[in-house]
Design a protein. Sequence first.
Length: 529
Amino acid sequence: MSHPQDKKCCKEAIADLVSGLLDGESASKLHQHMQNCSDCRSYYEQMLHEEDLIKSAFESIRSDADVAIATVARNSAKATSHQKKPGNVLARAYGRYETMKFTHKAFSTSTVLAAVILVVLGVQSLFTTEAAFALSQTGQAMQDVRFMHMVARDEQGITWDERWIEILPKGIQGRYYQKSLVPAGMEVPDYLAWGIEIRDDQHTTGVYYPAKETLVLYKSISGGRYQWIGKIKAFLDDLAGRGDPNKVQVEPDVIHKGRPAHRVRLLDLNMVCYIDPETKLPFAVQDHDVHFGDPPAGIFTTAVPEGVKVVDVRDGEDPEKMPAWLGLGKGTEKTFAAARIALASGNVKEAAQHFRKFLKVEPLRNWAWFWLGKSHHELGNYELAIEAYSRVIVMYSAIGKSEQAPYAYYARGLAYQQAGKPEQAQADFDLVLPMMIDALTKPRAAYMFEFADDPLFRNLSRDQRDAKVDLIGTSNMIQRLRKITGQDFGYDSPGNPEENAKAIRAWKNWFKGQTATPRIRHTQVQSSR
């Protein structure tokens, strides 16, 4: 290759070098030239970076498409002979990328990148049709649903939780039935030792405590005094594809309990549902099996068992009438609020006192246990922090919802580090590391981490919480990853988007490169006291 005499020739030669079209001698001469020419060297580095963007854009979708092709292949018996073959479409798309790559010098880099993105989006739309279809069809199928029957069983097949829920037209909970036993491993107050039974016919809510042989009658309230989920309308909207698409992750064609399913994760509610591909209805939500149909007659009506003490507060909840063992003294929520404010303000010792006082009355409040653990951690009481975090994990594990507490595993891992227990720390970090990596590109997947970090986060409106997570969620997660792995691939929240995207790819590539259980740094993390 002759020595480049002008910038145009240099740029063409550099484009050939980046595309792999230069022979060894020509490439060597060009490299020598760039050592003495800052303009050409800068242009070369820019081309390398943009080539990386192009490759990454295609390879990302190519990886996803491989899964999609396998899925379509499994269902090929249903396809007609004139339908497009996904493999051919992918091959044509990749061929276009290769063509653009080798004619890179004929176009501006932004033009090539834009063209590749269009190809990628075209291929992506081909393979995401089924996932989107599953959600929209679920919404249509749920329109005719009036009653949901939820059943959870333990490993021995014994039903420990059963619920019937009436869904009113506007997505509001109507009549309600619940019978729950105490899952093995869960510590509860003595009045719940034999479980609880609740019936709500929208006039009277009856709560029966078998351990105390006591039935408490309340006046029903709109939306239900007791609920399966507080935001049932948001649950139904997200599940039906009517909510914010950023709050839903769909993984089509998985197997759950031996059945084909679409896995739907509702990020805002931190719940996982499994959709039947045929009926488009959920058949499992978390650890509960879900059925649809009419409930048994009288299931919502409260009947008074013989020999049971009845406490009737339908005309007003007079504290004098309420059993002392229920621990429903006034001011408990104020204590909880004061504890959260103290912790957020840095008054850690005061926060711990308030949380302990609150938990004596409300021992099943998992967030109180978590923030008590956080308080102990900040005070340097790492063993007490581990104990409190473990309480949260046990609560969720006992009811089959351990995946809802990744923040507790992460926090307990940090406490284990400080307590000089690296093996236990690694075990906890390994459980949550995949989710943390995934959250780098889907920050709302880590909603609960933001709740855990900021005791006042729950005071924000839903829109404010969403905006905050979208703004700082990725940056916060990277800080957590740096803390437990010792890795740092760069990332600046207000920085260059391309550089930040490169940093995220580096984290994902690092994670993929772990051939065994990811190794976690065992150095102690400084307390923020």
